[in-house]
Design a protein around this ligand. Sequence first.
Ligand code: HXC
Length: 257
Amino acid sequence: MSYETILVEQKGAVTLITLNRPQALNALNSQVLADLTDAFAKFDADESQRCAVLTGSEKAFAAGADIKEMSSQSFADMYGSNFFAGYDRVTATRKPWIAAVAGWALGGGCELAMMADFIIAADSAKFGQPEIKLAVTPGMGGSQRLTRAVGKAKAMEMCLTGRNMDAAEAEASGLVARVVPAADLVTEALKTAETIAGMAPLAAIAAKEMVNAAFETTLQQGVVFERRLFHGLFGSEDQKEGMAAFIEKRPGNWTGK
Ligand code: HXC
């Protein structure tokens, strides 16, 4: 499948999606959104694919929403078209996916990375919500996801001053799962994705759903939700296989049933 603004490759059971607008530091315009939503929908629907990695270039994961495209939009244009709501289709992806971030992840770029199930950062990564410098604010979930990831103090400071976080601070504050040398970023992210792709598919989707539930429910509701999904997995063939494989000291052979 070929797209205008992204590259999509299947590497075994892992889909690698690369943002590819180098002339604009991967700024997210409408075409990027159209391409990404299509690629994520196809990834989710393809039974041979189990995990995805979304990455950018060495210089920029994405330098934000496309300022040139947005600059002349009116309130009626933005509100009327529910601008950015299309990204809800990216976050609706049921299978796990990782953002592999090198260089700039600013504004919408930071927000897109935070839509991933987790972020692996290169040591060159810089995260920020600089929209305030353009007299606007985050609009793709940044004020909510950044606050949940790093807490109020840092999120508020970043959204109000537009200052960036480097990779070390992002790791220390819980924004990213791990920092790796820039040269190893995609290899490390693909290796992690392969590990996830090697797990029983229903368990992987259930694990993702229950961790996400922690952001939407009370502790008690979340614990019950987790327990019910856990109980449900005992209805799967893969649970029988996984536990038999452990007892027989062999690797599990998953059917996804
Ligand atoms: C459109 C962009 C862009 C963007 C960079 N470019 N960011 N085009 N939208 N967000 C373009 C530049 O115009 C330039 O093209 C080319 O990419 C290279 O960028 P430079 O600025 O020349 O590169 P450099 O000097 O290395 O600086 C890198 C940078 C800077 C620090 C990342 O580009 C920058 O500050 N970009 C904007 C970051 C930002 O404000 N992001 C938030 C966007 S608002 P030309 O052809 O001109 O040379 C946002 C809103 C979300 O995301 C929701 C609320 C509305």
